[in-house]
Design a protein around this ligand. Sequence first.
Ligand SMILES: [Zn+2]
Length: 280
Amino acid sequence: MGVIMKKRSFILVAVASIAFALSVPITLDTPTTSVTYAKSTKRIAGKTVAKAIKSTPDLNPTSSVRKYPAYIYDKYWKVFDRWYNVQPMSEPGTFNSKHTAKVYVANKALKSYTYTAMQNWNKALKVKAFKLGTKSNHTITVGFKNAGTGEGSWDGYYITSKLFINYNFFDNANYMPAAYKAITGKAMPSADKPNSAEYQSIYDTYWKSVVTHELGHSLGLDHTPYSNDIMEADSGTRSGDAKYTWNSTKVVNDDYAIFEDKLSSRDINRAKLTKVLGYW
Ligand SMILES: [Zn+2]
């Protein structure tokens, strides 16, 4: 087929500056001042929050930093964004007051992958974050897009309330073996037998993972460098919502979430954090 893949760019997120009117006061880069809240008799010092944040594992907002009253997240959302690589990526209204988005799958071929991905998050978060919508009643759409196969192409993409899968990779027997090799450094089992059960299983798991990853973006999760995270990407740049720059994946226990369709505790903790931050 002569498909040339110059670059594996399979998870590119639209972090194009989406200007949301976050109704928060101007925040400090580092929380050093005390904050007070009219309805609370307690006063939590910014220093206390900063100390708790710094004692969590890398990019992993464990329960110790998810227990604060709402005003702390209103005041320090920038700090949380930067420290845990999160930011709102869905347009306001995508998730309703019950924290649920309605997902409409426009292409039949993507249905089962999307259902699994929705369930992955719902089960892990113990909340119905995603439920099925209809053509006329939905807040997120899932469909195909032609994003080419060369440089700048991608597997999946999420922007404001639309999730796209690149059908040039989805519908391409050469892609899975190439992606497998690029990610794991190993030859894909049954690479030359696209009709075998083994090939099909790897293929299905991979695309379920891609949709799960993209739905993670809808929840406000940006990338991490860890191979065992569904939100892994092979590079990232330090920015207002990224703690540091990385140029290669940190491989953890030879464990690649993308080939396991499995959320890590870091993925789950980050999604729990973005919920308290009000991003979904
Ligand atoms: Zn991504």
